[in-house]
Each structure stands twice: as C-alpha cells, then as structure tokens.
Design a protein around this ligand. Structure first.
Ligand SMILES: *Cc1c(COP(=O)(O)O)cnc(C)c1O
Length: 338
C-alpha cells in the first residue's frame, strides 16, 4: 500500500463525504442559486464571525482574488519571502494585481510587527505605496509553524496605524487552531480577509473559501468571474466542504501526532540533520552526508513511501487523513532499518 506524504492534497473523499456529495441539492451558482454553496458560504462566514464568504476552486484563487481586491496596480504587498502567495502562485501578484512584493525574511515563515513596520514605504513619489500585508498560518515552508495571537495583534495594530489591509493565507488554518487552541472568532476579528483550503487536511477533493466583509466578498465575486472561477452546479463540491467542516477538524490532532512520531524516529538517525520544530502536520528536515534529499526520497519510494525533496538537502513529509497509524508504524520501522 502506498503511503503518500508528498502533501495533504492527496487525500481522497471518504465514503461519508461521497454520500454527502451524492445527496447535495444543486443549482447554478453563477446565478447565486446553488443552495449547497450558499449554505457552505454562510456556514464558514459564521464560523469565523465574518459577514460573507466565497467558494472558489483553489487556494491560489482565493489568495489572488483577495490581493486583487485589497490593492491597486503599482502598489506593494508585504509578505514573508517563503510565502505561498509569493513563491508558489506563478507570479500571480504581478500577473493579476500589477503589484510588487516586499519579501521579508521572517522566522520559519512568520513575520513580526517591527519587520512589518520597517517594510512600509514612506509617502515618497519614488516608492510604491504599501497597501497590504499577507501572512500565512500555518507557514508551509516554515515546517507548518504557527503564529501566537499576541504577535498577530501587534501586526494588526501596525496595519491599522498605517491604513494597510491584512490578509491571511489560512490554507492550513485549522491545523494551527487545533495545535494552539486558538479560536476562529479571534481570526475573524484580526484579518480583513481569510483564505481557507478545504482540499488539504480537511480532505475534500476541491475547494477553498475566501472570507470577509459583505462589500469585499461582492467585489471578490466579480474578480472570481473574471478569472473564470464561476462554477455552476458546484454544490456537489460544496457538500464535501460542509461535511469536512462538520467532521474533519478535530481529527487533525491525529495528523500532528503522526508527524511528531515520525520526527522522533528521524532524530535518532545520523544521516538526518536539522529538523524544523514539528508543530502541526508538516515535517521538514535536512539530510547530511549519506543521502541527498532526492536519494533519500528514492530510497523511501522503494518501500511505497512518497515524500518531496524541497531542496537539494531538504525533504518534506505531510501527514493527513489517508495516513493511518499502521502506515506510520511501518514508516518508523523502515527509518530504523536505514
Ligand atoms: C496549498 C496552499 C495554498 C493553495 O493551493 P491550491 O493548490 O491553489 O489550492 C495556499 N497557501 C498555502 C500555504 C498552501 O499550502
């Protein structure tokens, strides 16, 4: 049996989720007439105490729509240099919004308030006006690291003082909430917009949500249409989203436990160097001497375990819904045998 740790996007819908999808009532969502999508949007907005939500095909689209709605061409966006919006969205900030990025070197993918304050451009005709700060939680390339609320509040204050919008790429926000005991309402208050992925650890086949104020989501809906993201009877997908929000959040703790167990096995091996602290379901570690990242991935592949080399020396593993305790035990004995 294949153990796929390349990403938590590899999950396949469970029987319960498929039944919910089959049973969905649908309509044309471009006309606003898909009752299941309307229900998912209302439910998710409500969970975060936001006014409205928009269902989109991907997290790249929800992020890019948010950036487009918060900026004008020629402005500048502040984010960590490892941010998904900056390094994994095909240059979308330039392509879609005509903005440039001030990329900051944070701590495992996270910024602090003084870094944000220093990165804001003065009112000078030589400079691009700063208009948006985009944060990521959990921070993917930071090894699934999580923000403290106090740090987010300080960043929010800097944004408020400087009239900047604050966006959250919360592709794995529920992992952060479970790991830290933080609440959805706190996040709803801190951020002007939040993007949530349903297709990662929550286990749906497709879909992300953008949350914000009514007027913002109205504008976001226009941009979604321009980008070709207006879907029709997508309530079948939204039904999977509702099912995930109702059933698959608390169990994320299992994924976090699994990642920690794998890290405990790796740390004992001489060929493993630095392991980023394991806070959630992402495990990033360095290989020293014996293997390159690619060679280590190839060794594991022989045992049916798939992982991603993310640089010459670094491997990433991501645990999720389709990774069972038996698979984790099996992987640990494979690691011990190396
Ligand atoms: C996966 C991911 C996204 C969205 O990716 P899509 O594949 O477009 O859904 C956004 N941000 C982060 C941090 C991610 O890991």
């Amino acid at each position: 049996m294949i153990m796929d740790l390349r990403s938590d996007t590899f999950t396949k819908p469970t029987k319960g989720m498929l039944q919910a999808m089959f049973a969905a009532e649908v309509g044309d969502d471009v006309f606003g007439e898909d009752p299941t999508i309307n229900r998912l949007e209302a439910l998710s907005a409500d969970i975060f105490g936001k006014e409205a939500a928009l269902f989109c095909p991907s997290g790249t689209m929800t992020n890019q729509i948010a950036i487009k709605c918060h900026t004008q061409p020629g402005q500048e966006v502040i984010c960590d240099k490892l941010s998904h919006v900056y390094i994994y969205e095909g240059g979308g900030i330039a392509f879609n919004s005509g903005c440039q990025v001030k990329a900051i070197e944070g701590a495992r993918g996270r910024l602090n308030a003084s870094q944000v304050r220093e990165a804001i451009n003065p009112d000078d005709i030589h400079k691009a006006p700063t208009s948006l700060v985009s944060l990521e939680n959990t921070a993917n390339r930071g090894g699934g690291s999580c923000y403290e609320i106090a740090d987010l509040e300080e960043i929010k204050d800097v944004c408020r003082e400087n009239n900047l919008k604050l966006h959250l790429d919360g592709a794995r926000l529920f992992n952060a909430l479970i790991a830290t005991n933080q609440t959805t309402e706190t996040y709803g208050k801190l951020f002007d917009s939040i993007s949530i992925c349903l297709s990662k650890g929550l286990g749906t086949p497709v879909g992300s949500l953008l949350l914000g104020r009514e007027a913002f989501i109205h504008q976001a809906r226009r941009v979604r249409k321009v980008l070709g993201g207006g879907m029709r009877q997508a309530g079948y997908l939204a039904a999977a989203g509702i099912y995930a929000l109702e059933n698959n959040i608390a169990r994320l703790q299992d994924d976090h436990n699994h990642a920690k167990l794998i890290a405990e096995a790796l740390v004992k091996k001489s060929f493993v160097g630095k392991i980023l602290p394991v806070e959630t379901n992402i495990l990033i570690f360095e290989l020293v001497d014996r293997y390159s990242a690619g060679e280590f991935a190839a060794e594991l592949d022989k045992f049916g375990v798939k992982v991603i080399p993310i640089s010459a020396k670094q491997v990433r593993m991501v645990t999720h819904l389709d990774v069972s305790p038996e698979m984790v035990a099996n992987l640990i004995s494979i690691i011990k045998s190396f």
